[in-house]
Ligand binder design. Structure first.
Ligand SMILES: [Zn+2]
Length: 293
């Protein structure tokens, strides 16, 4: 399984240029909105995801992309025949500029209540200032959290329930959301996995934040035990969104987004990547002098 997208490369370039760099612009390319399954829709850009869940009592949006993605998301919601004013709840995977950047505008346009984790609330309120790795360099429009959601806590809108699972490491409050979506007489477990990548974080010695390595281990354990028929995440490439969208548009049946094995592959891929980083850093500590070759 290939995960072409390099978070580290992205963050390195974003660090220097913000959203205006070519890779960020590429991630922010518009794609047509579409129904994933049941009352769950894709309203994000090419790589930075945003999901819409509709109910008769109003709608939920998870993630706002970059600040520059918000107008696309609004257009996408309208194109699907829904009203942004009917969005009652806004959620976030984590407080980085490519997923939280558009939230302030979406909150203002919709009047929705913004719910997020305690671990990311301050970073969201400060618009990215004081990030444990990026300092004051990866900023986004600040957004106030109206309601803190704890680990294992659920929110409900109409008949739709979503549950938050703390999957810290990538940010301190990185959140995985789960829900159930019904379609064609069946009900599916849907997981919106929070980013599982350790970027260039320090995991050994003076950690990027105390306990970060243990947090990642916890995150992989949590992700492994969540039942999952449909895996989604905050980056399209993490769950091969483009390919599945094309297959879906071709009318493939069963729906290509239904793949009960994918979550396991996703977790083992990123867990392996994490342990490789951890081992490299451990080796660097135990043998500080490079071998002569
Ligand atoms: Zn991130």
């Amino acid at each position: 399984m290939k995960y072409a997208f390099s978070s580290i490369l992205f963050f390195a370039t974003a660090l220097a240029f913000g959203q205006k760099d070519p890779e960020s612009r590429e991630q922010n390319q518009p794609v047509p909105p579409f129904r994933i399954i049941g009352n769950l829709y894709y309203v994000g850009a090419k790589e930075v995801c945003s999901f819409l869940i509709t109910t008769p009592a109003g709608h939920i949006i998870l993630d706002g992309g970059f600040a520059e993605t918000a107008p696309q998301i609004e257009r996408n919601v309208a194109q699907l025949g829904f009203k942004i004013e009917d969005v009652k709840i806004l959620l976030n995977s984590h407080a980085h500029l490519d997923h939280a950047g558009g939230l302030a505008e979406l909150k203002q346009k919709s009047g929705a209540k913004f719910m997020a984790s305690a671990g990311d609330a301050e970073l969201l309120r400060k618009g990215g200032h004081g990030d444990f790795r990026f300092g004051d360099t990866l900023l986004f429009p600040p957004v106030v959290v109206d309601q803190i959601i704890g680990d294992g806590e659920s929110i409900q809108l109409g008949n739709q329930k979503l549950t938050a699972w703390m999957t810290p490491g990538h940010t301190k409050g990185n959140t995985t959301w789960t829900t159930k979506i019904s379609d064609g007489g069946k009900t599916y477990d849907v997981v919106f996995a929070g980013s599982p990548t350790a970027l260039d974080y320090k995991l050994v010695g003076k950690e990027s934040y105390p306990g970060i390595a243990a947090d990642f281990e916890k995150t992989f354990a949590v992700l492994k035990r969540l039942p999952c028929d449909i895996l989604l995440s905050d980056h399209g490439s993490f769950f091969h969104s483009e390919k599945k969208r094309e297959r879906l548009m071709r009318g493939e049946n069963p729906n290509p987004f239904i793949d009960p094995g994918e979550s396991r592959q996703f977790v083992s891929h990123f867990e392996k990547e994490f342990h490789e980083k951890l081992d490299l850093q451990k080796k660097a500590v135990t043998s500080p002098t490079p071998s002569p070759e």
